[in-house]
Structure formats: C-alpha cells, structure tokens
Design a protein around this ligand. Structure first.
Ligand code: SF4
Length: 710
C-alpha cells in the first residue's frame, strides 16, 4: 500500500484554513489539522473538517454528458469536447464572437482564473467574461479602487491584536468567518477594547458588552454620514492625515452635514446615544479597525455604502498604523485572486486595465498578440444573463458557478438559460444550472489540481495536487482541449500550473498587482507571500498604504455621499425587508456542501428567520410555514425564531433557490452588484393548500409557489 500526506487548504471560504490530507493508494482516507497554518493555525469549521468527503463522493460526475434527444447521456471526452467547441464555433460564425460568453467562479485557482480570462479573449474571442465575485466583492472592490487606488485588504488580520476598537459592519462572523476572527474579537474585548457591530441582524458573535447598532436595512450610508458629522463635531478629525494623505475631505463632510443625530435616528432607527457613543469610541482612539462584509455591499447603493465607511476611516486617520485599517472581508476561497487575474469583464490579468492602452500593450506582448486582438470590456454577470434572455448572447461556458441558485431572480435565470442555443457547464457535480446544459464536463475538486490561491488578506498560498481527477481530466486540461478545438492551442501550451504561474508573474511585473517576486518554492517555505512582491528578495507587503496610497499621486480620495432610497423600497404592500446570507454548514449554492451528510444534517434546506414578535404580529404559529411575497415571486418555507433580528427584517439563507427567486435583478450602477441584502416583502402564515409549481429534489419542505405581479 502506498501512503502519502499532502499539505493543502480548505476549498470554501477566503480564510483558506490549512490541513494535511492523507491518502492510501491514491484515495483520500483522512484529514489532519495543520497546526501552524497561516492565520488560522489549525482551526477548522465543520465545512473544513468534511471538505475532503466531496472528492470521492458518489455524486461526482465521472464522465462527460452530452444532450441527445433532450436527455443528458454519457459521452467520451472527445465527443463532449468536440460538441462543446462546435457549438461555440457555430454561434460565433453566425452571430459574431460576442454572441458567446463565459461565466466562472470565485473558488478557482489563480492559474485557472488567468487561463479562463485568456481563453475568453483569445480562444472564444468574446468580450463577455465575468465571474460570481460580481455577486459578492464587486462593490467593495470598486470602492477600494476609487478611494485607495487598489483592491485588497489593507491590513493583515493579525493586526487585530493591536486594535482597541473593531467595527464589524454587515459581516456575520459566526457563519462566514468562524475561524480566527472570533478569537481576535475576544482578545479585543479581554484587553479592554470595544467591538461595535453595525447590522440589522445580530449573530452569535455579538456579545452583551458590544455596541450593537441594529440599523434599519438600507440605511448604511445615512448612518456613516451621520457618524462622520458627529466625529467632526467632536473634533476628532485627524487634520494632519487628512491634509497630507487625502483629497476631497471638505466635499465629503459637506455631504454628511444634513445627517444630524435626530435625522439618523428618524431614518436609520439608530438611537442618538448609540451614534454618539460610536463617534466617541471611533474618534477617540488611534487604533480602530473597520471590517465590512456583504451587508452594506450587496445593495443597489453598495459602492456608496462602502465609500461612506471609508470616509469615516480616512477622516480619523485609521489607516496604515498599528491596529487600524478599513478592510473588506472577502467571502469565497479565491474571491481575492478571482478579481485580480482577468476573469472580470472590465479587467485584464494582474489588475491591469482593459481600457488603458499601456496595459493592453503589456498583456498583448506577453500573450504574443496585437493589442487590438484583445476584445474591449464586456458585460457583467447579470448583464450577460440578460443578454441571453434577449438572444444577444447565445452560447455560454459556465465553470464552477451555479446561476440557477446564486443569481438574483432565479426564475428569470431559468428562462435565460433555457433560451441559450448552447450551454456548456463544467462542475464537479451536476448543478441546477446544468439542467439546461447541452454539454456537461466533469470539473475538478480542490484536491485534484495544483496552483495558487490569494486569501482575503492578499496572501498568496500554494495548493498541491493530492489525488488524480476522478474523471481523468482536470479543469486546466479542459481549457487546453477546448482552446485547441477553437484554433488557439498555441496560447495554452503550458505543461503545468507552475508554467501558468510563471507566465502570470511575468504579466504582473511592474504592474498594479505585482507577483513577479513570488515563486512556488517561496510559497511553501514562507507559508505564503503578500503581494505586491516585485523581486525575489522582496519580503512581500502585508500592510498597504503606510506611506502612500495606490493612486498615481499617492493620495486617498474622499467621496461625497448622497444616500438614495432603495429602488425596491418598502411600502404598504411590501412592508418588511428580506435580507439574505450564509449559514455555517453550507456554502454558496450548496452544490458541494449539500451532498455532505454531516453538513446536510445541520442545514438541510431553506427556511426564514423571524423575530418571535414579528411572528406573533402576523399570527404565525410555531408549526406554520411562512408565505413570503416579493415583487418578484412568492415562496413558502418553514421558519425559525431569531431574537437578534429587527422586527421589520427577515433573514433567509441563500443556499437554495427559494431565496434568490425573491430578489430583483436590479444592479448597483457603479459595481453591478445585485441588491441581495434588501428586498421588500410581505408575509403571511401559509396553512392553506398550495400550488406547488416547482420543488427541488433535495426533499426540502420549501416550495416556490408562484410569480407575483409587479
Ligand atoms: Fe476554514 Fe472557511 Fe474552510 Fe471553515 S470554510 S474550514 S473557516 S476555510
């Protein structure tokens, strides 16, 4: 028997907890904690301890599938790859290359992200390529680019040890960042510091001694404008920092002046005393760390909301010094690298701008093409699906993203996918989106491939292959084989992920996201390297912006914020706000985690959380189901009580389609992120017989009942 142990990282969230996988004769038999793993030091949540169970799961796709006579049937790799490529070729010849599109995921290795961006542009020759980070990190990334000139967490999380005040904004730490962060928050509390939580929903991580500001959903920018005004009134503006390191402060402050404490209390439902206490705590220390998650970001004003937080941090000078920073908490495993390496519609690899002629020239030279061979910026994720609905996009390659569950207004997504002429889905398991596929190609799991990942901190880490892909071909092999069939083999001749990484380092040299000094050997030896790292002897850059920001003039930008009403606002017909988010025991569309027995036991299906007083007010009894109606649809789900919610707010986990069927497909105009965190709904007890128009085959007791009329 051959035994081996391989060091790797959990495939789910951006903390990337490390562990060792043990194999016997090429089969994973167990997982051991890696006690010194970067940041999380052996910590694992329930998803991590079961992550390896997906690799040899009985549901794995082990053979390609091709649709024949309306049914997906097994095919050889050659048959399936030929069919996949032929469909894209036929569409491009008849309607032009932009009639094809590519959508991908935020869990892919940097190498696959890079290859997919290159594949879309040089093999499919389409400008329409985007990824599901559009649903999570788009607003934070856009705001960081606008304010600081770069899109990365500015402070390593270990700096939380030095923080006196931590402000957690719309980040459900217990479910989404369950390892490391709770320990840091406890350390802050134990050493006399304060945790401020700004969120309509309290999680288990919120302690009685914390200052919990349960603001009304959709009022983040109103609260932070009010906070900026109050901090200025108390004389806590760091004038030296503002004058020497930033521009635009006076305009930003002027935009905040209308938001006096009474106005904030009236609109955002934040007590005056709470606003004043927050201003005193944040303004009265030099060591304040802001951590924002999807709460303020997944709104139609997501970018403005983040900018309003950044305005407060900059005004107090909480940047680039010990225990301080304004930091976004990236969600998916490679949400950070996913937005660096060129799978976004408006960006080339290494953060190079698709619109900047100099950047286009650099990338074109490395790719061996002319700048005009690289298509211009294309549509974002939801816009691509919309274009499919209009029959402007007719062919779609979907890799490791499951829009039939994860995109907003999923009923419409079903129709959009059905209207495609050609859909190719690459995934380790048959997903809901694959129901519409013409070709399904078995994708790789985290243990079946090598590469690199960039964690939420901006730390590049190494992934080693543990076992061979169960279907015989890994994702990189699929990309190469499709490229060859589309006449672009020369651009994808890399023999290994290491060769791809070398090309990426070269493309990044001297650019905004410089990996050129990072080698795979260093990644193993140093347990990761933070970018920018421009030379082999450079130590990497854990802390950004100590001396200057990433804008050409080195200054950070304030932005005036004028809060807007949500488009899908509450009214008499839809008086309650539905907000959505993640559960600890599931991940994204549950296409992987939903098949792991231990996780399914903990989180078996959709439900809604209500405050018990809300349930009482609507005469909803313990065993009732709740009928929820938005302007998009109606669903019928079981409910659970949560005293940590506001009376006027519901929470639904987004791992099942019953959630996103309710959410509108409207987008933040700046970042194109959907407004998952704010949907106006009404509720009633659902005791009546219902017309089950659709039911998922997970055996869940929930149902999508009907489409509501706008
Ligand atoms: Fe760690 Fe996140 Fe994996 Fe849980 S899901 S083990 S917190 S990386």
């Amino acid at each position: 028997m051959t035994r081996s142990t391989t060091r790797t990282h959990c495939p789910y969230c951006s903390l990337n907890c490390g562990f060792d996988l043990r194999t016997e004769d090429g089969v994973i038999v167990d997982l051991d904690r890696w006690k010194q793993s970067p940041l999380t030091q052996g910590g694992l949540c329930v998803k991590g301890t079961t992550a390896h169970e997906q690799v040899d799961h009985e549901d794995r796709l082990r053979s390609p599938l091709v649709k024949r006579n309306g049914r997906l049937v097994e095919a050889t790799w050659d048959e399936a790859l030929d069919a996949a490529a032929a469909g894209f070729r036929t569409i491009a010849e008849a309607h032009g290359p932009d009639a094809n599109a590519l959508l991908s995921g935020g869990s892919l290795t940097n190498e696959k992200v890079y290859l997919l961006g290159k594949f879309a542009r040089l093999a499919m020759r389409t400008r329409h390529v985007d990824y599901n980070g559009r649903f999570c990190m788009a607003a934070a990334g856009k705001a960081n680019m606008m304010a600081f000139g770069a899109d990365r967490m500015m402070t390593p999380l270990d700096e939380l040890r030095n923080a006196e005040v931590v402000v957690v904004i719309g980040a459900h730490i217990s479910a989404a960042f369950p390892v490391a962060l709770p320990k840091y928050l406890n350390l802050v509390r134990r050493t006399g510091g304060t945790v401020i939580v700004v969120d309509p929903r309290a999680g288990r991580f919120v302690k009685p001694e914390d200052l919990h500001i349960a603001l009304e959903p959709g009022t983040d920018a109103i609260f932070f404008n009010g906070l900026l005004r109050e901090i200025a009134r108390r004389g806590y503006i760091d004038r030296n920092f503002v004058n020497t390191r930033t521009t635009g402060f006076e305009e930003a402050l002027a935009s905040a002046l209308p938001f006096d404490p009474e106005t904030v209390q009236r609109i955002a439902d934040v007590p005056i005393a709470a606003l004043e206490q927050a201003a005193e705590l944040i303004g009265g220390t030099t060591r304040c760390m802001f951590l924002h998650g999807r709460g303020p970001e997944q709104q139609l004003s997501g970018t403005s909301n983040v900018l309003s937080i950044i305005n407060v941090g900059l005004a107090c000078g909480h940047v680039g010094r010990p225990g301080a920073g304004v930091n976004m908490l990236t969600g998916q495993r490679n949400g950070q690298g996913g937005r660096e390496w060129g799978q976004r519609c408006d960006q080339l690899p290494a953060g190079r701008s698709i619109r900047d002629p100099k950047h286009r020239r650099t990338v074109a030279a490395r790719w061996g093409v002319e700048p005009h061979d690289i298509p211009d910026a294309g549509d974002s994720y939801v816009e691509i699906l919309d274009a499919a609905g209009r029959r402007e996009v007719r062919g779609l390659l979907s890799i490791c993203t499951n829009m039939a569950v994860s995109a907003p207004d999923v009923r419409r997504v079903d129709e959009q996918l059905a209207s495609l002429d050609h859909l190719v889905v690459v995934d380790p398991f048959l997903s809901e989106s694959a129901r519409h596929a013409d070709v399904v190609l078995p994708g790789s799991t985290f243990a079946e491939e090598a590469g690199t990942i960039t964690t939420l901190e901006g730390r590049v880490i190494r992934i080693d292959q543990v076992v061979a892909p169960v279907a015989g071909v890994d994702d990189m092999g699929i990309i190469r084989a499709l490229a060859a069939r589309l006449g672009a083999a020369d651009h994808f001749a890399h023999e290994s992920p290491a060769a791809v990484f070398d090309e990426m380092r070269a493309v990044s040299a001297g650019g905004p996201i410089d990996y050129s000094g990072i080698t795979l050997d260093r990644l193993r030896r140093d347990d990761g390297v933070f970018w920018p790292c421009p030379s082999l002897d450079h130590p990497g850059t854990p802390q950004l912006y100590r001396e200057r920001f990433a804008h050409a003039d080195g200054l950070a930008r304030f932005h005036p914020i004028v809060p807007t009403e949500p488009l899908d606002s509450v009214d008499d017909g839809y008086p309650i706000v539905l907000t959505t988010g993640r559960l600890l025991a599931q991940f994204l569309s549950a296409n992987q985690t939903g098949r792991i027995e231990r996780l399914q036991k903990v989180a078996p299906g959709p439900y809604v959380e209500l405050h018990p007083e809300t349930a009482r007010a609507y005469s909803i009894s313990k065993d009732d189901r709740v009928r929820i109606t938005s302007r998009q649809a109606t669903v019928d789900v079981p409910w659970r009580s949560n005293r940590g919610l506001r009376y006027d707010t519901l929470f639904m986990p987004y791992h099942w389609p019953e959630c996103n069927v309710l959410v509108s497909a409207d987008l933040d105009p700046l970042s194109k992120i959907p407004g998952f965190k704010y949907t106006a709904v009404r509720i009633e007890s659902s005791r009546a017989e219902i017309d089950l128009r659709e039911r998922r085959d997970t055996g869940s007791s929930a149902a999508i009942v009907s489409e509501s009329k706008k």
